[in-house]
Design a protein around this ligand. Structure first.
Ligand SMILES: Nc1ncnc2c1ncn2[C@@H]1O[C@H](COP(=O)(O)OP(=O)(O)OP(=O)(O)O)[C@@H](O)[C@H]1O
Ligand SMILES: [Mg+2]
Length: 504
């Protein structure tokens, strides 16, 4: 490994109004080195990347790449000088195929972009192959599953051939197998001598990759060293890692005598050629907490969208007295079914407070105020960000706001689709406790979709496993651990390493 830093950051500082999002941050990354950057939601990690990339202008500090000062340059100049960023959320062009996206990235400055240059064609295909997209390279991004969209972002980054690569939350929403493939790609960057800055809340995957780790909190540097050293740091444990999720002893049969409030019978959904749900039947009793566990593409979101009236389906869904088939999404929501979607769907130009108030608009003033106070207790960061526009929130803060808005609606049935996406371990713990407290104090019924079993199991009264569009298993969380065994657990990533194994 070469000792001269390829990326050298000093005194980097960024203010947004009164908030100091990044304060005097400095570090080096050498060629062929991966520096992991961790910290709670809103601690400034993505902002550091945007400052390096020139997407945000620093208020102070220096960013040198190969000895050249670039702080304050425009992003396209920084990109041309060899810095690339892999964002978590891709915004693909809809008319271009996967291969064309890669070709465009290979020819960033060309005006004759999609000219048939055999060499470009060959290189684009090689890259598609390397990231595992060869089978879908002629498809349009809109038709691709989540992991393939992420692969395409990686492919574009590789095509631009940057010396410094910034990778923001590559593992969020990926299964363990997919995360392993992405880890290999990132390791490939290192082997090619690139300098890599890596942010992710999947502590296990990050620690396995990073040569060094830097931890931030409230915009400031709190610890730096090997992954082990940093994870053992007192402050990092307190503000970021938290403890382990506890399995709660639920009173047996606590809700078992209640009638089913949601009854799903023989539901099937067909998308073009793919069968997204096939003969799915399940029920949720009043006051029950039911987890649907399944990997990406298993059909969880489709099931929730069917319940919420957002996709056409065969079969029948009943909620309380209502037959939901044929009802509009709005009518289903009025009947008390509220879905907090994976995609968040916030009102991005409105403030945090406006989003929450919209959620609770139908409540009496005093009840809304109580609910809001309770929510701010649960997610203190939302309280301090009340007047901030939703679209400027950090990834994890947006997730908290989406969950918060759903809770403000005081639904009879709350559907949470992958709520753990992008949340710091310590926030998962808080959310976990909050869900538990909520179940004790309110008559709410919860249907949770998760691939993170360390989060999905501890709360659940019952668990369904969805695999390839079908329900393949149903039972209690304790039976899940015995019967679904470690095979399933290993196939599932978690922000909280080995919590389940440790208990088993
Ligand atoms: N344009 C902006 N205006 C106001 N505040 C902003 C703006 N952009 C970011 N912030 C705030 O700066 C803080 C740092 O945000 P950043 O996105 O860097 O966090 P992060 O560490 O990446 O968090 P996460 O893990 O949730 O992605 C957050 O509290 C965020 O709300
Ligand atoms: Mg971020």
């Amino acid at each position: 490994m070469n000792d001269t830093p390829l990326l050298a950051v000093r005194g980097l500082t960024k203010r947004f109004g009164g908030l100091v999002a990044v304060k005097d941050i400095g570090f080096n990354v050498r060629p062929g080195e991966i520096l992991g950057l961790i910290g709670p939601n809103g601690s400034g990690k993505s902002t550091v990347m945007k400052l390096i990339m020139g997407i945000e202008r620093p208020n102070a500090g220096s960013v040198k790449v190969g000895g050249v000062e670039m702080a304050g340059w425009a992003p396209h100049r920084i990109a041309r000088a060899g810095v690339g960023i892999v964002f978590q959320h891709s915004r693909p062009l809809h008319r271009q195929t996967v291969l064309e996206h890669i070709k465009l990235a290979l020819l960033p400055d060309s005006l004759t972009k999609l000219v048939v240059d055999p060499d470009v064609n060959r290189r684009a295909r090689e890259i598609a192959e390397r990231v595992g997209l060869s089978a879908v390279m002629h498809r349009h991004p809109a038709t691709l599953p989540f992991a393939d969209l992420r692969r395409m972002e990686m492919a574009k980054a590789i095509a631009r051939d940057p010396r410094v690569v910034l990778v923001d939350e590559p593992f969020a929403g990926l299964t363990a197998t997919e995360s392993t493939a992405f880890s290999d790609l990132i390791r490939g960057f290192r082997d090619e001598g690139r300098a890599v800055l890596l942010v992710d809340h999947n502590v296990k995957s990050l620690a396995a990759l990073a040569d060094r780790v830097l931890a931030m909190y409230l915009g400031e540097h709190v610890a730096e060293g090997t992954a082990d050293e940093v994870m053992r740091n007192e402050t990092v444990r307190r503000v970021y890692l938290g403890g382990k999720l506890e399995v709660r002893e639920r009173a047996p049969a606590s809700a078992n005598d209640k009638p089913a409030i949601l009854q799903v019978d023989g539901v099937g959904v067909q998308y073009d050629k793919a069968r997204a749900l096939d003969g799915v039947s399940l029920h949720v009793r009043e006051g029950e907490f039911v987890s649907i566990v399944g990997l990406n593409g298993a059909g969880k979101t489709t099931l929730f969208n069917a319940i919420s009236g957002l996709v056409p389906y065969e079969g029948s869904i009943r909620f309380g007295e209502n037959k939901l088939e044929g009802m509009s999404g709005a009518a289903i929501a009025r009947a008390g079914v509220v879905q907090c979607p994976e995609t968040r769907e916030l009102f991005s130009d409105m403030t945090v407070r406006e989003n929450l108030d919209l959620g609770g608009y139908h409540l009496a003033d005093n009840i809304r105020a109580d609910q809001l106070a309770w929510l701010f207790d649960l997610f203190p960061i939302l309280k301090s960000r009340q007047s901030q526009t939703a679209k400027t929130l950090s990834g994890g803060e947006q997730q908290m706001l989406a969950i918060g808005r759903a809770l403000m609606m005081q639904p009879r049935l709350l559907i949470l689709d992958e709520p753990t996406l992008g949340l710091a371990p310590v926030i998962l713990e808080q959310l976990s406790k909050a869900l538990e407290a909520m179940q004790k104090s309110t008559p709410i019924t919860v249907l949770l979709g998760e691939q993170n079993v360390t989060f999905a199991l501890p709360h659940a009264d019952r668990v369904y496993v969805l695999e390839h569009a079908r329900v393949i298993w149903e039972g209690s969380p304790s039976r899940f651990e015995r019967e679904m065994g470690h095979g399933f657990l290993e196939a599932v990533p978690s922000g909280e390493p080995n919590a389940l194994q440790a208990r088993a």
